[in-house]
Design a protein around this ligand. Structure first.
Ligand SMILES: Nc1ncnc2c1ncn2[C@@H]1O[C@H](COP(=O)(O)OP(=O)(O)OP(=O)(O)O)[C@@H](O)[C@H]1O
Length: 261
């Protein structure tokens, strides 16, 4: 794999008359932690779905973990990728127990049936839930959890198969201030963990970028506005262009803040 986890070359995604992404070229190296940021409708989820091998490009090429989409069996590739998104969470059966939401990721399925799990799998699921502050939720039904609790369980599920690439689509969406801050701090700890997989996270807000994230890609209307090291990308000029309004941007104690000028 030569240290390269993702390579998109001149990628376009077309749906009917619209280009959801155009001429996107993006490379992610092993151990990098990326944030993909942009306004509503910029194409962030579309980009993450390509990285998750859930979508094929209309133009250009996508290589994930050394495998070229269109020339590889995505059913072999997907278990190597941890993907947490509200679209995945919506597919969890209403009466599924939290422990099973995490355990079933070993088979890349949603909804426990008659599969057998080794005790090592159960131990790993419990440890991951514990690390994400969900130890007391293990026997609860997923449908009864709060939004913040669900987000943390989804991240535990995404980590369960020990993925080489972890993709998080808006992990802090819908959380209150306390929930957001707790999640950002857990993601920051994960970003600092040298054993954690390469990561890419989608968000609308620079305030949600955890300390320890190394790179950023700014998207607007399907095109890349800027990409590279976070410090070089999160400038007033770039973020103003990305969100289409004049912004003041500050960094304090490793976190970023933006407001309209
Ligand atoms: N099947 C489709 N046909 C036409 N347009 C589509 C289709 N799917 C998505 N789009 C449009 O593509 C654009 C990009 O969608 P995408 O979900 O990737 O954006 P996003 O940056 O994740 O947005 P948000 O921040 O609002 O979640 C949106 O304008 C969306 O309406």
């Amino acid at each position: 794999m030569s240290g390269e986890v993702l390579r998109l070359s001149d990628v376009g995604v077309r749906r009917e008359q619209s280009m959801l992404l155009r001429e996107v070229t993006w490379t992610v190296q092993e151990n990098e932690r990326w944030v993909v940021i942009g306004p509503n409708g910029a194409g962030k989820t579309t980009l993450l779905q390509l990285a998750a091998a859930m979508l094929f490009p209309t133009e250009g090429t996508v290589e994930v973990l050394g495998e070229r989409l269109g020339r590889t069996d995505v059913f072999d590739l997907r278990p190597r990728i941890g993907f947490a998104s509200s679209a995945v969470a919506e597919k969890v059966p209403a009466d599924e127990k939290v422990i099973d939401v995490v355990l079933t990721a070993s088979y890349a399925i949603l909804g426990r049936w008659n599969e057998e799990y080794e005790s090592a799998d159960v131990t790993r699921a419990v440890e991951l839930l514990d690390a994400l502050g969900c130890a007391e939720l293990i026997r609860r039904r997923f449908a009864t959890l709060s939004e913040g609790e669900r987000k943390r369980v989804q991240i535990a599920r995404a980590l369960m198969p020990d993925p080489e690439l972890l993709l998080l689509d808006e992990p802090a969406a819908g959380l209150d201030l306390g929930g957001r801050e707790e999640l950002v701090s857990r993601l920051s700890a994960l970003a600092d963990d040298p054993m954690a997989p390469t990561m890419a996270m989608v968000t609308h807000h620079v305030e949600e970028v955890p300390e320890g994230f190394t790179h950023a890609l700014l998207l607007r209307r399907g095109s890349v506005v800027a990409m590279g090291k976070v410090d070089e990308v999160f400038t007033e000029e770039h973020l103003t262009r990305c969100f289409g309004l004049p912004l003041t941007v500050e960094r304090q104690s490793g976190r970023w803040y933006a407001r309209a000028r």
